[in-house]
Write a protein that binds this ligand. Structure first.
Ligand SMILES: *Cc1c(COP(=O)(O)O)cnc(C)c1O
Length: 354
C-alpha cells in the first residue's frame, strides 16, 4: 500500500462488487440487475440536443425530477433528496446521521460495515435469527441509528411496515433508515410514514426496479429537516453528483408507470416460477420479496457456484459460517432462469454420481 495513504485507512476493507464479465456473453445472475432495458421513454429522453447540453452543469437541486418522484409518492419535493446511487446517500447517512453509532444485521448489504470503517462510525451488529428472520424486538432498545434493508439482501426476506412503525414509535429520538432497494418486487414502502415520523428516512434506488443501475440514481425521502441535513452534506461534497442525463432518465422512468408495472410483474412471476423449480431440484429457497432468491442447493454451494461459472452462469456466493451453504441468484429473464436450471440439472446429476 502506498506510504502516502492515511494510516486511518490502511486497514479499510472496501466493498467487493459482483463480477462484471467483459466481452463474453454470460447469464449474469450475480448483481441483481434488472434483466429488462430501461423504459423506451428513457431512451427517448436522452436526445442529441440533451447530450449537446452536457457542457452545462446539471440542476443541483434536481427540481423537476424531485417533483416527479414526489408526485408519484404523494409527498412534497422538499421531502426528497436525489443522489448518485443509494451508495452516495447511504454514505451521507453513515457520515453525518450516526452520532451514537450504527446498528444493522450481520447479514445485510455489505456496504454498511465498509461505511462504518470509512467514516469511523461505531457499529453494532445484530444477528438475524436462525431462520434468517429479522426480529424487530432485537432493535427496540438500541440507541444507535438503525439501518434496515427491506427487503433484506442477500436473504430477500421482508419486514412488515407495522413492525417498523413499532420501532419508530418506541424512541422518537432515534433515527431509523430503511434501505428499500428491492421494495418494488413485492415489499411495502415506508414512504407513506414520513409525514408522521420525523425519525424515519427511506432510501430508494433506480438501479433495480427501474433498470438504471448504470446511470447511478437514487433518492432519500424523509422530513424536511432530515432532507435539509442530508443536502448540507451533498452540497459540501459534490452538489452536481446527479448528472444531466440521469435527471432526464430518472424523470422519464418514474413517469412511465405502465412499463415499471409490466417489468416488475414479470420479474416477480419468474421469481416464483424459479423458486418452485429449484425446490423441485431439492433446493431450500427462502420466500423472497426481492429480485433474487437465496438458495441452499442439495450439494455444496461453493462447488455449484464454481461449476455454474464454468458454464457461463454467474451467481453470487458469500463464503462464511452463515452463508457458506447458500447462493444468491438474481431473477433474470425466463430464458436466463431456464439456462440456470439446465446447468443445475447437470451439476446435480454429476453430484449424484460422484
Ligand atoms: C443495490 C443495492 C443498493 C445500491 O444501490 P445503488 O443505488 O446502485 O447505489 C443499496 N442497498 C441495497 C440493499 C442494494 O442491494
Amino acid at each position: 500500500m502506498s506510504r502516502f495513504l492515511d494510516k486511518k485507512l490502511s486497514s479499510l476493507e472496501s466493498y467487493l462488487p459482483g463480477e462484471q464479465p467483459e466481452g463474453r456473453r454470460v447469464v449474469k445472475l450475480n448483481t441483481n440487475e434488472n434483466p429488462f432495458a430501461p423504459s423506451p421513454a428513457v431512451v427517448d429522453a436522452i436526445t442529441k440536443e440533451e447530450v449537446q447540453k452536457l457542457s452545462l452543469y446539471p440542476d443541483p437541486v434536481a427540481r423537476e425530477l424531485s417533483e416527479s418522484i414526489a408526485a408519484y409518492y404523494g409527498i412534497r419535493r422538499e421531502q426528497i433528496l436525489t443522489g448518485n446511487g443509494s451508495d452516495e446517500l447511504l454514505a451521507f447517512c453513515f457520515h453525518g446521521l450516526c452520532p451514537n453509532g450504527a446498528a444493522f444485521s450481520d447479514l445485510t448489504y455489505g456496504f454498511y460495515p465498509v461505511y462504518c470503517q470509512m467514516f469511523g462510525v461505531k457499529e453494532r451488529i445484530v444477528k438475524l435469527r436462525e431462520d434468517f428472520r429479522l426480529a424487530i424486538e432485537d432493535y427496540m432498545d438500541l440507541k444507535e441509528t438503525i439501518f434496515i434493508a427491506n427487503p433484506n439482501a442477500p436473504t430477500g426476506l421482508n419486514v412488515e411496515v407495522e413492525a417498523i412503525e413499532k420501532l419508530l414509535k418506541r424512541d422518537p429520538d432515534r433515527l431509523v433508515i430503511i434501505d428499500e432497494a428491492y421494495v418494488d418486487f413485492g415489499g411495502t414502502s415506508c414512504i407513506p410514514l414520513i409525514d408522521r415520523y420525523d425519525n424515519l428516512l427511506v432510501i430508494q434506488t433506480f438501479s433495480k426496479s427501474r433498470q438504471l443501475a448504470g446511470m447511478r440514481l437514487a433518492f432519500a425521502a424523509g422530513s424536511e429537516e432530515l432532507i435539509t441535513a442530508l443536502a448540507k452534506m451533498k452540497f459540501s461534497f459534490n452538489p452536481y453528483s446527479v448528472n444531466r442525463l440521469a435527471l432526464l432518465a430518472g424523470k422519464a422512468a418514474i413517469e412511465d408507470e405502465a412499463y415499471f408495472l409490466k417489468t416488475t410483474r414479470a420479474v416477480i412471476e419468474t421469481r416464483e416460477w424459479m423458486k418452485r423449480e429449484l425446490e423441485g431440484y431439492g433446493c431450500e429457497v427462502l420466500p423472497s420479496k426481492a429480485n433474487f432468491l437465496f438458495v441452499r442447493p442439495p450439494v455444496p454451494a461453493q462447488d455449484v457456484f464454481m461449476r455454474c461459472k464454468e458454464e457461463d452462469v454467474f451467481v453470487r456466493y458469500f463464503p462464511g459460517e452463515r452463508t457458506g451453504e447458500w447462493l444468491r441468484i438474481s431473477v433474470g429473464t425466463r430464458e436466463d432462469a431456464q439456462r440456470l436450471l439446465e446447468v443445475l440439472d447437470k451439476i446435480f446429476e454429476e453430484g449424484s454420481h460422484a
